[in-house]
Write a protein that binds this ligand. Sequence first.
Ligand code: UDP
Length: 240
Amino acid sequence: TEPTLHFKRVILKLSGESLADSGGRGISAHEAGEIARQIKQAHDTGCEIAIVIGGGNILRGAQFSGSNSLVHEATAHYMGMLATTINSLAMQDALEAQGLETRVMSAIPTEKIAETFIRRRALRHLSKGRVIILAAGIGNPFVTTDTAAAQRALELEADIVLKATRVDGVFSDDPEKNPHAVLYDTLTYTQVIEKKLRVMDGTAIALCSEHNKPILVFNFKQNGNIVRAISGETVGTRIG
Ligand code: UDP
């Protein structure tokens, strides 16, 4: 049966590592192709999709924190933003190979390789059925692409932030380390903050909480889960 369309517009947050082989570095054509195939399926249900990709498979600014680092931490965050642009370009070609129309929109102007993010233009692309890939986070250092996903969800009036992870949702502890960790079906923002659960970075949670923007954390490695998440089926952990 056809999945019923639940959300009209979503932000799909992919970590940089989702594009990498299990080692977590670089870009794997196979992984990118697999994600693109799922996104195509989800898009076919009629949902508008904006993708935010991280850069952790290449570089995270926080790796350079500490006063004896040669590279200033702020500089490193800009390097991290450029890493997201590298991933965005890879994802663009992977999506277009599936027959989707796409645009990369960057928070940092890089006019030879991407459009600069302009809210109204992004909305126009979405209404024309283009998948937009939002590169360079929010364009400012000391946050992560989780914050970008939350911020863009608010300004593009997405119904939900879909955070794709390698685990089934939000657990009481790291399920890759603690076999007794319990998976939550639903959580409130307050529970996330009080239990110090690692869902998204603090700024992202604060933004979503303040504006009541729901978040769904789900396992994208499970085949069909991206479509399920977008269709509003019960999958992962829902916050909000
Ligand atoms: N980054 C930033 N501002 C942003 C988004 C990202 O400074 O708005 C930097 C930050 O250093 C971050 C890196 O880019 O660590 C890569 O993004 P992220 O860590 O979110 O990647 P992911 O963990 O999702 O792969």
